[in-house]
Write a new protein. Structure first.
Length: 466
């Protein structure tokens, strides 16, 4: 009942009347359509107009929708532009031109930037940067692991390092073996490099300049001086040898020749001995400490090699091995003519080898002890002893030995069995005889006498010995 109150007139409730009018009107329309072509034409025109209006309406709706999309995109682009302008303004006053150029060359292709595709470019660049960040993180993890391994090696050195540097742990026992504390290692490194190492470098430079270079130079000069002394001594010996007749028919004399003929080890040692010196002029100009370090390492290597190999050390430091010696027998009448050349005694007979040896050694002894030509200085020491000098010598070689000792003014003791022939060889050259007699194969008696006494009582002494 409450709904009826909403209606003010009966007409609104009388739907039967309205329905009958509608039916009546439809009937009239149908009658008109059947009887009038004009109406059909008008209807068709109306339908066409309605269709056109419907198409225009749909197109208008599409355009309105597109306009809304454009407006939305435009608003979005305006927002993006505002964000970009704000970002750029945040970096105003900073020199970013070069960085932007580098960024563009690394991440953006030429000519592709427009406002519309900035988001896509940003997405692609962000992905690329994130990938690089992950790679960097992986590399950082790898480096951190390697760093921690090195940190452990540093705080726990090998036995060789611990033995060489006994106070190593004094500086490292507080260090933690985690990459977060690497700054502690860097601080220690800076302290070593800037303070301790600088002081060590200063001491090293002083030691190298004042000690090692001087001592190595003196060492090299000492060796080279020995070589020069040998060459000078050979020349001096040749002065003595020239006065000695080595053979009488034809008349010859001996001359010694010393030639530089380095063996491989000696040659290498000589090269290294000349190669260790630093270029001090270049060092003073450049202050390049590697010049001193290279020189020090060369010296250390040379000394280490000499220390490690005793045979090599003896070979290269014996300056006599730096020279090759030979003896030349020259004609006295024409010294330019070689009678014979000797490089050793292996191919000589026993007598020939002994004669050559006596000649050279006798002259060397005379030179070594400074025996003057007069040989009458009672304060000079010129004594030699020859045991069984004639056991393998013929008379000619034995007499040559005696003449040589006489010519060189040597004080000579000849030890020989009491054979008549050997005693006869030495008699013209000796002043006294020490005659040894052994009794009962147990006791020995020495008879000291002048040579004349022996000559007067020769038979008695020889019979006693027999």
């Amino acid at each position: 009942m409450t709904r009826f109150i909403e209606f003010n007139t009966f007409k609104k409730l009388d739907w039967w009347f309205i329905s009958s009018q509608i039916q009546e009107n439809r009937h009239k329309i149908d009658e008109l359509q059947k009887t009038s072509d004009r109406i059909k034409t008008l209807k068709k025109q109306r339908d066409d107009i309605l269709k056109l209006l419907d198409g225009k309406k749909r197109k208008l709706d599409d355009l309105k929708g597109r306009l809304r999309e454009i407006e939305s995109e435009l608003n979005s682009q305006r927002q993006t532009l505002r964000e970009l302008v704000s970002t750029i303004e945040n970096y105003s006053g900073h020199e970013v031109a070069e960085k932007l150029i580098h960024f563009e060359s690394s991440f953006v292709s030429s000519g592709e930037i427009i406002l519309r595709n900035i988001a896509e470019i940003q997405r692609r660049i962000t992905k690329k940067i994130n990938d690089q960040i992950e790679e960097s993180k992986e590399e950082l993890r790898s480096l951190s692991s390697a760093a921690e391994t090195l940190m452990r090696s540093f705080t726990n050195p090998t036995k060789a390092i611990s033995e060489k540097f006994e106070d190593w742990n004094a500086d490292t026992h507080r260090l933690r073996e985690n990459v977060e504390f690497i700054d502690e290692y860097i601080a220690l490194l800076e302290r070593i490099e800037k303070q301790e190492l600088a002081e060590y470098k200063k001491q090293f430079k002083k030691y190298l300049n004042e000690e090692m270079i001087t001592k190595m130079s003196d060492f090299q000069t000492w060796l080279e001086r020995q070589e020069e002394d040998i060459e000078e001594n050979v020349e001096t010996l040749n002065g003595s040898l020239e006065k000695i007749n080595f053979k009488n028919n034809p008349s010859t004399f001996i001359k010694l020749i010393a030639e530089k003929d380095y063996a491989p080890k000696v040659k290498e040692f000589k090269i290294r001995l000349n190669d260790w010196k630093p270029n001090l002029v270049e060092f003073e100009r450049t202050k390049d400490e590697t010049i001193l370090e290279v020189s020090f390492n060369k010296i250390k290597s040379l000394l280490d090699n000499l220390t490690a190999d005793e045979n090599t050390r003896k070979e290269v430091l014996d300056v006599r091995n730096w020279l090759k010696f030979k003896a030349v027998e020259l004609h006295r009448e024409d010294p330019s003519k070689v009678f014979r050349m000797y490089t050793g005694t292996a191919k000589l007979s026993g007598g020939e080898g002994s004669q050559l040896t006596y000649t050279i050694l006798g002259s060397a002894i005379a030179y070594q002890f400074g025996i003057h030509s007069e040989g009458l200085n009672t304060n000079s020491f010129r004594f030699i002893c020859v045991d069984e000098a004639f056991s393998k010598q013929d008379d000619e070689k034995a007499r040559f030995l005696m003449e040589l000792c006489k010519q060189l003014h040597l004080q000579l003791m000849v030890v020989s069995p009491a054979k008549a022939e050997e005693v006869a060889i030495v008699e013209p050259y000796i002043a006294r005889v020490h005659f040894v007699q052994r009794k009962d194969n147990r006791n020995s008696v020495v008879f000291d006498m002048p040579i004349k006494q022996l000559q007067e009582h020769r038979q008695k002494y020889l019979e006693a010995v027999g």
